[in-house]
Design a protein around this ligand. Structure first.
Ligand code: SF4
Ligand code: SF4
Length: 139
């Protein structure tokens, strides 16, 4: 099957993609975004989400929030911000998530992953662990 997913530069969002699993999950009522841009779900932020697009009618799942940042303590209560200190790249601040700093850090992990695990990959996600929203909706 032809893959139409692509990432592209965006004047407004630095770069963006033609499909986002997190945004699909948000639209489906599964969670809201945090200060670090991760999706906070009832199972927390340290999750993977996926989507299946089908041409069929099903009753919509209620969306239990009206604000796209409702589950993040920083936006909802002006507290927390613990993901800021978790980031080794200084990519998170009270201004939000710096995608360029985050991507630069992810790219630096490629050599480590290749050397230690023997495949072409990268990773981080430290901002999704050791924080109040790791395993559930905080507060
Ligand atoms: S760690 Fe705190 S500030 Fe960061 S996304 Fe989670 S709730 Fe929001
Ligand atoms: S994935 Fe890593 S580098 Fe990117 S914002 Fe989270 S902690 Fe920082």
């Amino acid at each position: 099957m032809h893959c139409r997913w692509q990432s592209t530069d965006s004047p407004r969002y630095v770069y963006a993609s033609t499909w986002s699993e997190r945004h699909a999950a948000y639209a489906c009522g599964l969670g809201t975004f945090g200060l670090c841009d991760g999706l906070i779900t009832p199972l927390g932020k340290a999750v993977r989400v996926g989507s299946v697009v089908a041409r069929l009618e099903v009753p919509p799942t209620p969306r239990p929030y009206s604000d796209h940042r409702a589950y993040c303590l920083f936006f909802a209560q002006g507290t927390c911000g613990e993901c800021i200190a978790r980031c080794p790249a200084g990519a998170i601040s009270e201004a939000g998530h710096d995608k360029v700093k985050c991507r630069d850090h992810l790219n630096r992990t490629r050599a480590f992953v290749g050397e230690h695990y023997g495949f072409d990959g990268y990773g981080c996600g430290l901002c999704q662990t050791g924080v109040p929203c790791e395993s559930g909706v905080p507060g």
